[in-house]
Design a protein around this ligand. Sequence first.
Ligand SMILES: [Zn+2]
Length: 353
Amino acid sequence: MAPIIKAARFPMVISLELDERYSRQVLFGSIGTEGQRKLGASGVVIVGCGATGSTLASLLARAGVGKIRIVDRDYVEASNLQRQTLFDEADALQSLPKAIAAARKIAAFNSQILVEPQVADLTPKNIDSLLSGAQLILDGTDNFESRYLINDFAVKNSLPWIYTAAVGSYGITMNILPGQTACLACVFPEVPQGRIETCDTAGILNSAVSAVASIAATEALKFLVGAESELRRTVLSIDVWQNQHAEISAKTPRPECRTCAQHEFPHLEGEGRPHITMCGRNSVQIHERHRPINLAEMGERLKPLGTVRQNEFVLKFWHNSYEMTVFPDGRAIIKGTTDPAVARSLYARYVGT
Ligand SMILES: [Zn+2]
């Protein structure tokens, strides 16, 4: 028989010495007590909480950034777990929205900061409300459309942001300080055309993400503690497999840049923005509908037609070879096709018009 353990010897509530939480970071001279206080008083927005977004959110939350808003449109899947370090198998089983899962995970390791999850697709219409109030914007997105949108907003409102991307074994990052350094459009004047490698086509190493997101998170800390002179003013790229490292200067804006110099913000004006976008391999996102959806009602309606699973954040519906994920804001991600016409007709039939 197992010995009985007296409760008195093992108190159920173990108090943590939370005052000690940041002690090792405070010891680091360039942060110190004053830097730590500044971090606690600061607020950032992370747009996109996949691989780079997870790493950024995790590092900044552990470092004590006082307020972190996490904007993400997607839900957790098994294929994310290899590199999206804030999520676990239970999140994938429940198809939890990444913003919600991230906020819960952060609350479990740092209950002393505020995390505001926003399950939303960043668009010209909602960008003001989603990015307002932040001192710094961090890019955790996976597409140029969103990045140009952030760049337009940041330059127009003189808000600094950090571009970060990773694919394969390669990562790239750049600090954009409007009015001082080059912006994204200075470096990449046009949206790259044709086939662009993505995680879904070229694969990705989790170490490439960690490396480049760690560099970006460090730059964020420098900015938030006021060490602006220490900020890197280059476009930095690394390849963790080939052991290559390159930097090109991004010290000053390009004189003919349409964004910095001519103050044109076409992405913010939503020119040519499609209602249907490709979203990873073999899936399409539809965001035509602006009316909120009652997921409980929809679940009841769809039950006779296929398999339905839902929680308060998301509804999943399987019909034939298609899988639809519907969010309360009316967005849907339809898996099983890359044909916008097929996706649109499934949306009209099962979600509504
Ligand atoms: Zn520019």
